[in-house]
Design a protein around this ligand. Structure first.
Ligand code: PLP
Length: 392
């Protein structure tokens, strides 16, 4: 079952999220509680541990590939969780979600061409686009009634200009926590169809969906001639350093093109640990994942209620999915350096600055709340007292 106890502190020390040097570099001190990188502070599901322990005790690692069972397991999981029918034959495996995006950018756009992103968005998108010699074109999300929405007018204008060759969608959207509705996706697809623009949808957070929201994959919509989706068990099962990325498309021409590249570069095989962990997660992880999602939702609700009751001057955007929560500290009326000092030195919080995601306003921060609730409660108590002090 899902264990609340965090992983051992001595193990944590080796993780980027808890790395003292990095914390000092970014936050000016190692004495901060890390809520920045998007991975969880919990031990993984025991069926996954058992699968890997069996591999360790086997002590033999001859060549062994089983992508077929991996794809069947992912399909089965998606059918059960989202009633999403995915054909196991339509997957292409790559080392990770980011390498999938990097590969698709190179495969379907030329140097100098534009890839549209909707900022604020997961910061690696821009890096992948620019490091491939492509142009990142922003279509900034709008805030409507304290909820982020797509600027469809801006979106169409950008596509109409002819500069955009690819749309890179994030669904659910990291960092603002929106789970795009079917109606929103249909509107987006209708515009992309009009200009024949390919959409790449990063759906790595697809399973972390809270009550009241429903996940819709782009693959369910009627745009199969230029469509690709990506998933991985990294986020929902805490397998960040040992998971692959999975590209999916109904379109055989696109799929064959991607497959030819991955095969020619020998990128299409997972190692045994990744393979067995993924199969165990999707075949035997449902109970653990259900408990993890309940716990995370409870934590999300606790944060929202706490902020509304104790710190209403900070705007909290309610995440519909993902383990990320997005705050706007404008209401504190602090200069940027004062806000940083309050968060890191007084409240001892290592949050991710919104500017990393292309947010121009320095008052925005993202917090990863996949941590034990008591730890989060202690952090918010510190935040409340730090804010109380500046207001007196
Ligand atoms: C939207 C999104 N895509 C991709 C990744 C990284 O995926 P991977 O590590 O499997 O390449 C993350 C990690 O936080 C993410 O939030």
């Amino acid at each position: 079952m899902f264990k609340i106890t965090p992983t051992q502190p001595d193990i944590n020390d080796k993780f980027i999220k808890h790395d003292r040097k990095m914390l000092t570099q970014i936050y000016g001190s190692e004495d901060v509680t890390p809520y920045w990188i998007a991975d969880m502070d919990f031990p993984i599901a025991s069926p996954i541990s058992q699968a890997m322990q069996q591999l360790v005790s086997r002590e033999t690692y001859s060549y062994e590939f089983d992508s077929k069972t991996v794809f069947e397991s992912i399909s089965m999981w998606n059918k059960q969780r989202h009633n999403l029918a995915l054909n196991p034959e339509y997957f292409v495996q790559v080392p990770g979600v980011l390498s999938a995006i990097a590969l698709l950018i190179r495969e379907f756009t030329q140097e100098g061409e534009g890839v549209l992103i909707q900022t604020p968005v997961y910061h690696q998108f821009r890096r992948l686009i620019e490091s491939a010699g492509r142009k990142a074109i922003d279509n900034t999300l709008k805030i409507d009634n304290d909820r982020y929405v797509i600027d469809f007018e801006g979106f169409e204008k950008q596509l109409q200009s002819g500069d955009v060759k690819m749309v890179l969608l994030c669904n659910p959207h990291n960092p603002v926590g929106r789970v795009w509705t079917k109606a929103e996706l249909e509107q987006l697809v209708a515009i992309a169809k009009k200009y024949q623009t390919i959409i790449i949808s990063d759906e790595v957070h697809a399973d972390i969906i809270f009550e009241g929201s429903t996940f819709t994959s782009i693959s369910e919509l009627d745009y199969d001639n230029t469509l690709t989706i990506i998933g991985s068990p990294a986020k929902n099962f805490g397998l960040n350093s040992i998971s692959n990325g999975y590209i999916y498309s109904d379109n055989q021409i696109l799929r064959d093109k991607i497959k030819a590249t991955t095969v020619s570069m020998s990128l299409d095989h997972g190692n045994a640990f990744t393979t067995y962990a993924t199969i165990a997660a999707y075949q035997h992880g449902a109970q653990w994942f259900g408990a993890f999602l309940d716990y995370t939702q409870h934590t999300r609700n606790w944060i929202i209620e706490f902020m509304a009751r104790e710190l209403p001057q900070v705007k909290t955007f309610v995440p519909e999915g993902t383990n990320q929560i997005w705050f706007d500290f404008t209401g504190l009326g602090l200069a940027s350096a004062e806000l940083t000092a309050l968060l890191t030195q007084e409240a001892k919080l290592a949050l991710t600055p919104g500017t990393w995601f292309g947010e121009m306003d320095e008052n925005y921060y993202r917090m990863n709340f996949a941590s034990p609730l008591e730890k989060i409660q202690a952090s918010f108590a510190l935040l409340k007292s730090a804010i109380g002090q500046i207001e007196h």
